[in-house]
Write a protein that binds this ligand. Structure first.
Ligand code: GLC
Length: 459
C-alpha cells in the first residue's frame, strides 16, 4: 500500500505542537506495519537530507516556482520538502511578534497546489492530508485517489480571502465560506473520510459547542467522520530507555524516578521539602487554558505543591507566567521556549501533570505523563476524556478529571495532591497509567484498516 501523506509539521523536522508528534508517530508505525509512506512537508529551510535530489515541479502560474527536495532525514526517514516563494521562515506560521505571516494564505495554497501535483505524479493508493495546510489540494484535483483528511484541531481552518476560490476549480462551492474561502471546510465535504484524533472529539465537533462553525458540515458527512485516537511515539517516550532523563525507570522499579525528581528540583532551583511537583508542557495558547492555570496557581502556591511550566506561544500568557514565577520563586518555575531535555525531565520528575485545556482534540502529553508515572490532572474534554479515568470516581482510575473552570482545576489539583499522601493508592493509580499501551501500534492498524476500506470501496 502506498500512501502520500502531507502535513505542515513532523517531529523533529518542523515542530510547533502535537501535530508534529502525531505525524511522526503515525508515519513510523505505518512504515513498521509495511505501508510505504511518502511524507510531504513544506520546506521551512535548514533541513538536512541525505542523498538529496532536487527537482522543479510544474505548478500553476500563481504559485511561482516550486522546488522539491527529496531525500532521507536522519530521524524522520524519507521526506519530500516543498519550497515555494516565502516558505522558508524561522517559524512555520508566525513572526517574532507572534502574528501570522501576512502571506500564509499564499504559502499554504501553494503548498497544497504542490501536494495536488505530486498526487497526480505519484498516483498513490491513498492520499492522507492533515489539518488545513494542505486541505485546498482537494479543490485542485479533478481525479484523485481515495482521500483521508485528519483534523488535529478545528482551531485553525485556514480562512483566506474569497479570491482564492478562483484557484479551486473542483468543488468550489464547498470552499466558499461566508465572505471568504475555508480550505478545511472544503476538504471535509470532498474527502472520502475525515478522521478526528479521538472518538470523543469526533462526537464533540458535530455540536455547536465543539464544531467551531463547522459542526453542520461535519454532521452532514455522517459516518464518513470517524474518531481514531492518537498514540504516542514510544521510541521517544519510554522512561525505561529515554536517554534524555537522569535515570531510567519502569513500573517494576521506580528508583530512577526518585533521581529524576531530585534532578528536576535542582533544575528549577528549588530547595527540598515541599511535596508535590505539578508540571505542564504546553503551547501557550487560549485552547490550552493557561490563563485558567495561572489563576489556579494562586491557590496552588498555598497548597503543599509547586508548579513547573515549559512552553512557548502567546506573549501575554508567557508574561503572566514570568510574573507568577518571580512572585513565587520557591513555588513556580517557568521556562519560556522549547527545550527537549527539560520537557522529558518534567514528565519524569513531576508527581502530577496538569492539562487545563478548554478543548483538546486528542492531547499527547497526558499519555506521555501516564507512561512516565506522573498522574494527569485534566479537563473533561476531547481526547482527555477518552484517555484519563478519574481515580476518585472509578476503581480503575489513572488520574483526575475536572470541568473547565478555575475552581474545577483547583479541585483537580487538590484531589491529585491528596492522592499522593497515600503511597499505596498513588502507586496503584500510577502503575495503571504506566501499564497501558499508548503506542501507535493499534491506532496505526486502525488507519490501515480504514485505508483498505477505501480501496475496497473504489474497487
Ligand atoms: C493538536 C491538538 C492536540 C492533538 C494534536 C495531534 O495539537 O491540539 O489535541 O493531540 O494536534 O493530533
Amino acid at each position: 500500500m502506498r500512501v502520500l501523506l502531507a502535513a505542515a509539521e513532523m517531529a523533529p523536522v518542523a515542530r510547533v505542537g502535537g501535530l508534529a508528534e502525531a505525524v511522526s508517530g503515525l508515519v513510523r508505525a505505518l512504515r513498521d506495519q509495511g505501508v510505504e509512506v511518502e511524507v510531504v512537508l513544506p520546506d521551512y529551510g535548514d533541513v538536512k537530507l541525505q542523498r538529496q535530489s532536487e527537482t522543479e515541479l510544474e505548478s500553476p502560474w500563481w504559485t511561482g516556482p516550486t522546488l522539491l527536495r527529496s531525500g532521507r532525514h536522519r530521524a524522520a526517514g524519507d521526506l519530500t520538502l516543498v519550497d515555494v516563494t516565502g516558505m522558508a521562515r524561522p517559524h512555520p506560521y508566525i513572526d517574532e511578534h507572534g502574528q501570522g505571516w501576512p502571506d500564509n494564505d499564499h504559502r499554504f495554497m501553494a503548498f497544497a497546489a504542490a501536494v495536488a501535483t505530486l498526487t497526480r505524479h505519484r498516483n498513490p493508493d491513498v492520499l492522507h492530508l492533515n489539518d488545513w495546510h494542505s486541505a485546498a489540494a482537494l479543490g485542485m484535483l479533478p481525479e484523485r485517489p481515495p482521500t483521508v483528511v485528519t483534523i488535529h484541531t478545528l482551531g485553525y481552518q485556514g480562512h483566506a480571502p474569497r479570491s482564492w476560490l478562483e484557484h479551486l476549480p473542483v468543488g468550489t462551492h464547498h470552499f466558499s465560506w461566508y465572505e471568504g474561502c475555508n480550505p478545511l471546510a472544503g476538504a471535509i465535504a470532498l474527502a472520502d473520510r475525515v478522521i478526528a484524533v479521538s472518538p470523543n472529539y469526533a462526537r464533540e465537533i458535530v455540536t455547536p459547542e465543539g464544531g467551531m462553525g463547522l459542526d453542520g458540515r461535519l454532521k452532514a458527512i455522517g459516518d464518513r467522520l470517524v474518531g481514531i485516537r492518537n498514540g504516542i511515539d514510544t521510541a521517544t517516550w519510554s522512561p525505561a530507555v529515554d536517554p534524555l532523563i537522569a535515570a531510567p525507570f519502569d513500573t517494576t522499579d521506580l528508583s530512577g524516578r526518585v533521581v529524576c525528581r531530585d534532578e528536576l528540583i535542582e533544575l528549577a532551583g528549588w530547595s527540598a521539602p515541599k511535596p508535590a511537583i505539578v508540571a505542564a508542557v504546553t503551547r501557550l495558547v487560549d485552547q490550552k487554558g493557561i490563563d485558567l492555570l495561572v489563576e489556579a496557581a494562586h491557590y496552588l502556591v498555598g497548597m503543599p505543591a509547586r508548579l513547573a511550566v515549559l512552553g512557548a506561544g502567546d506573549a501575554s500568557l508567557a508574561a503572566s507566567l514570568h510574573e507568577l514565577a518571580s512572585a513565587h520563586p520557591e513555588s513556580v518555575f517557568f521556562t519560556e521556549g522549547y527545550d527537549e531535555a527539560l520537557g522529558h525531565a518534567l514528565f519524569a520528575g513531576s508527581d502530577l501533570f496538569v492539562m487545563p485545556s478548554r478543548f483538546e482534540p486528542c492531547g499527547l502529553a497526558q499519555m506521555q505523563a501516564m507512561s512516565y508515572g506522573s498522574l494527569p490532572v485534566v479537563t473533561d474534554v476531547g481526547g482527555l476524556h477518552d484517555t484519563v479515568v478519574d481515580a476518585d470516581a472509578h476503581t480503575d482510575g489513572t488520574g483526575f478529571v475536572t470541568d473547565v473552570s478555575v475552581s474545577g482545576i483547583v479541585d483537580g489539583l487538590h484531589r491529585g495532591v491528596r492522592s499522593l499522601r497515600n503511597a499505596n493508592r498513588r502507586r496503584a493509580i500510577q502503575s495503571r497509567g504506566m501499564s497501558i499501551d499508548w503506542s501507535w501500534d493499534a491506532p496505526a492498524s486502525q488507519h490501515i484498516e480504514l485505508y483498505q476500506e477505501l480501496l475496497d470501496e473504489r474497487a
